[in-house]
Design a protein around this ligand. Structure first.
Ligand SMILES: *Cc1c(COP(=O)(O)O)cnc(C)c1O
Length: 437
């Protein structure tokens, strides 16, 4: 079966006129389910890709699979001809099995197991290093590898810092590693960095690329020939965020450091940017506890609600990755009444399993729904079955026009061009924000 048919079986294709709000209503109308629901709109990811191509035409996106590996989203990216940033052997294997050419995959893990290194060797996959130990391991298990040097360039304003774990220092350490690689005869063919996930200062990319150019020039001076550069990920992806601001700084740096005349392949590893806005999570209240003032039993101090989703489900990131949650109480009828200090708990016996604390919410009843937008990145992929509760259930939708576009892209030798030329996307680039008035 073709990938197109596989994807078609996974999604429900709806009319172009169906809004995101209609889809939420449709799921809410079915009443409370045992599982948390992940309403996934493939259209949103396709719009992100369109926006990327508009603003960063020189930078090829390699989707960071770890941010959301849901089949519908991954398959849509394959049909549109993206590349892939894989963090593990299993991710590399999955992308190869989906028919992605090895040239479109980077195993962007600076610390690889020996088994995964041997696997990368078998399939000739590009990889990265940031330490002498890794270089020696590569020399032993994958000596003909092509590798990128990963240097540290952290944004001060990112939700998740990666520099505390990965990336060599940009001055002495990068130079000495390049010398070790030279002695071992390892082909270092470029550089990469990662500013951190959920980065809000776009201009950090400018400085990071400038630094890359310096490392590049040093590498050239000792005999390497770099042919690719990798700008990593970190771009915000919530509704209302776009790539344009980042693109200004990236394009300026590229013009200055890597003019188009230079023969260099440029790519980046966006994860969150592609998938965050594509998923809306929907959960019903199934329990409630009202805490009153000890001396004044009529005075409500706080209300606790219990949901089928929590820290062990969708909401790991709000607890541990500085992600802000905006609950939308899905009740029509205008005024929802007085608000109370509220805490939202997950279903498990862990007292730590809450995902919003001391927020102001109107009073809810059992079976009322609460909806959370922007739950596509680092959400379902974190969930586990602690206490026997269900993993989020993914329900995939796609508009007819998006479907026709993917169909056309899949039959073209140049899917990027098909997306870029899409009249539908040109006329409908915006991503709907849910709001209850
Ligand atoms: C996680 C990761 C990414 C993706 O990060 P986002 O913030 O989701 O864009 C890209 N590159 C590397 C090396 C990563 O570890």
């Amino acid at each position: 079966m073709s990938l197109l048919s596989v994807l078609k079986n996974r999604v429900e294709i709806v009319d172009d006129s169906v809004s995101s709000r209609d889809l939420v209503n449709r799921l809410v109308t079915q009443g409370p389910q045992e599982e948390p629901l992940h309403l996934t709109e493939v259209d949103t990811l396709v719009k992100r890709h369109y926006e990327w191509l508009q603003h960063l035409p020189r930078v090829k996106p390699y989707y960071a699979v770890k941010s959301n590996d849901e089949a519908s989203l991954v398959e849509a990216t394959v049909l549109m001809g993206l590349g892939y940033d894989c963090a593990s052997m299993a991710e590399v294997r999955r992308m190869l099995e989906l028919g992605v050419e090895r040239e479109r995959i980077i195993f962007a893990q600076p610390q690889k197991t020996i088994v995964s290194l041997q696997y990368a060797r078998k399939h000739k996959i590009l990889t990265v290093f940031d330490s002498e130990c890794e270089l020696r391991k590569i020399h032993q298990h994958y000596p003909e590898a092509e590798v990128l040097i990963r240097y540290r360039f952290d944004s001060k304003k990112s939700k998740v810092n990666l520099g505390s774990k990965f990336g060599c220092e940009t001055e002495n350490e990068s130079k000495s590693l390049l010398h070790v690689a030279k002695q071992l005869g390892i082909k270092v063919v470029g550089w990469c960095f990662n500013v951190g996930s959920g980065c809000t200062d776009a201009d950090v990319f400018y400085a990071a690329i400038k630094k890359g150019r310096e490392i590049h020039d040093y590498a050239t001076s000792i005999g390497f020939k770099f042919r690719m550069i990798d700008l990593g990920g970190g771009f915000m992806g919530d509704k209302g965020c776009g790539i344009e601001e980042y693109a200004v700084h990236i394009n300026r740096a590229l013009e200055e450091c890597y003019p188009a005349s230079e023969d260099i392949f440029i790519f980046a590893e966006p994860g969150r940017y592609y998938c965050a806005a594509a998923v809306t999570s929907i959960s019903p209240v199934h329990g409630k506890r009202i805490l009153c003032n000890e001396n004044d039993p009529l005075k409500i101090e706080q209300v606790f609600y219990y949901f089928n989703d929590g820290m062990y489900g969708t909401f790991y990131s709000p607890r541990y990755r500085n992600q802000t949650l905006y609950p939308i109480v899905w009740k029509s009828g205008g005024n929802l009444g007085t608000t109370y200090k509220t805490t939202l708990f997950g279903p498990t016996c862990d007292g730590n399993d809450f995902f919003a604390k001391d927020i102001d919410l109107p009073e809810l009843e059992v079976s009322d729904f609460v909806v959370f937008e922007n739950q596509g990145a680092y959400a379902r992929v974190h969930s586990c079955r602690f206490n026997g509760f269900c993993l989020p259930k993914v329900i995939n939708y796609m508009r007819k026009c998006t479907w026709e576009l993917l169909e056309k892209a899949s039959k073209s030798l140049n899917p990027t061009q098909v997306v870029q030329d899409s009249v539908y996307l040109r006329n409908n680039p915006q991503i709907e924000v849910l709001a209850f008035d």
